[in-house]
Design a protein around this ligand. Structure first.
Ligand SMILES: Cc1ncc(COP(=O)(O)O)c(C=O)c1O
Length: 445
């Protein structure tokens, strides 16, 4: 890493960073992360402040959790009031008004009318895993169909059902017998010489003619878990033909269709739920991250009558449905609707996509893509798809951080993502894109 790209910061912040690194070895991703791990002291809207008082624009929404902006004042007030009023109540002994209100409000936004029931959890992992338990227990079948590149969490079950990378699956590969994986049919990247629709059709044929014939019989499969947009994979967007075809396969074979909206949902992709882009009705929807404005951990699964009301499935966790978390989520949903945030962010996203697509003319950029306020810039050697360039992506990322903008970046990846709070102002987004463009220009030309 070139010396000039180091973010300058005080010794105080460096000392805090070193202590963090010693105390939390799991979160330490390598010495080079020191250059971009900013120790933060404050957050408001799309702006973050470090311990030296330096400001940053947040293009991560803290990994997709603060869709209404960091520390939204109304969500904060409602949440602290609820904490003062209820403390914690155990939902299955003492159901409370906030959880009922949240369920009502979530169902009012449901992507399809077949979804009538709700289950609350703490994390996206808990929601995805709960949805899988519903699928397995209600069908009595042991295997899940998943897709390469998907991420559902790092618990043993979600770790083996997802397939973001062999790194996350290491040591747990032998536990993966309960999941089979098909390629994720993204519009981009996709095999050269194939249209997006052809690739979608190819993967459907692969499932039918290969997986179901040679690997697992269809009546041993409980369901398919599918991300309507695979964000962690590097923002992979599937063609509609595939999503519709997957629903059809589920109907043919009695599989439960699980829509994992943990990161794609709550307005991130330009609709309240990303599945709305495809006109498909899922059987279960896993929701998390941005649901509670980033203030309290809560996640949810929406499900059909047939799955949730007619089966006794062992799911749940002590703090799932915490009253203050339910209030945070209800207030977040109110704010999103009242301020028309999803519509506004979709328009902002379209404008940003138009701008970043012009960057494809820079040497080293193989693709730009986006859906809603969720955009990606892919860096490859000499702009050739198939020749990923994570080194340049990383140096562009460091350069941005040094200049006060934090894009969303998975270490080792060649994709930089732009996932700001949906409430970011047009001026803030323009400023952040100016910084990213300048950094790309410096590195890619
Ligand atoms: C699609 C998807 N599902 C599940 C999860 C797990 O959520 P959490 O980290 O809140 O447990 C994630 C997290 O990034 C995700 O992107």
């Amino acid at each position: 890493m070139a010396r000039r790209s180091r973010p300058s910061r005080s010794r105080g912040q460096d000392a805090l960073w070193r202590e963090y690194r010693r105390l939390f070895p799991r979160y330490f991703w390598g010495e080079e992360t020191r250059l971009a791990s900013v120790v933060l002291e404050g957050a408001e809207g799309a702006r973050l402040t470090d311990t030296d008082g330096k400001e940053y624009l947040d293009l991560t929404s803290q990994w997709g959790t603060n869709n209404v902006g960091n520390v939204h004042p109304e969500v904060l007030r409602a949440t602290t009031d609820a904490l003062a009023q209820y403390g914690f109540l155990i939902y299955f002994m003492n159901p409370h008004r906030p959880m009922i209100e949240l369920a009502r409000k979530l169902l009012a936004t449901r992507p399809s009318p077949n979804l009538t029931r709700v289950f609350l959890e703490l994390s996206g992992t808990g929601a995805a895993e709960g949805a899988v338990k519903y699928a397995v227990e209600t069908t009595g079948r042991p295997v899940m169909l998943s897709f390469m590149g998907q991420y559902h969490g790092l618990s043993i079950a979600t770790g083996m059902i997802g397939a973001l990378s062999s790194h996350e699956r290491r040591h747990w590969e032998p536990y993966g017998g309960g999941a089979i994986h098909a390629p994720y049919p993204s519009i981009s990247p996709r095999p050269s010489g194939m249209s997006a629709d052809e690739y979608g059709g190819f993967v459907l044929d692969f499932i039918r003619d290969r997986l179901l014939k040679h690997v697992v019989a269809p009546d041993r499969i409980a369901g398919a878990i599918f991300e309507p947009v695979a964000l962690e994979a590097g923002l992979w967007i599937p063609p509609k033909r595939f999503v519709v075809g997957l629903r059809r396969l589920c109907d043919e074979h009695g599989w439960v269709y699980i829509d994992d909206e943990v990161e794609a949902g709550v307005g991130r992709c330009g609709r309240m739920w990303a599945i709305e882009h495809y006109g498909v009705a899922p059987d279960l929807v896993a929701i998390g991250k941005g649901l509670s404005g980033g203030l309290m951990p809560v996640s949810a699964v929406l499900g059909t009558e047939a799955i949730m009301a007619e089966h006794d499935v062992a799911v749940g966790t002590t703090f799932g449905g915490h009253p203050a978390a339910c209030v945070a989520a209800s207030t977040t949903l109110d704010v999103l609707r009242r301020d028309r945030i999803v519509e506004r962010s979709a328009a902002l996203g379209r404008r940003a996509l138009k701008r970043i697509s012009e960057w494809e003319r820079f040497d080293g950029i193989s693709d730009t893509r986006g859906l809603g306020l969720c955009l990606a810039v892919e860096l490859s050697k000499h702009g050739r798809p198939g020749a990923p360039d994570p080194e340049t992506a990383r140096s562009v990322f460091f350069d941005c951080v040094r200049h006060g903008v934090i894009p969303l970046y998975n270490y080792g990846d060649h994709v930089l993502r732009i996932q700001p709070p949906l409430t970011i102002t047009a001026a803030e987004l323009d400023r952040a894109l100016d910084t990213l463009e300048a950094a790309l220009h410096r590195r890619a030309n």
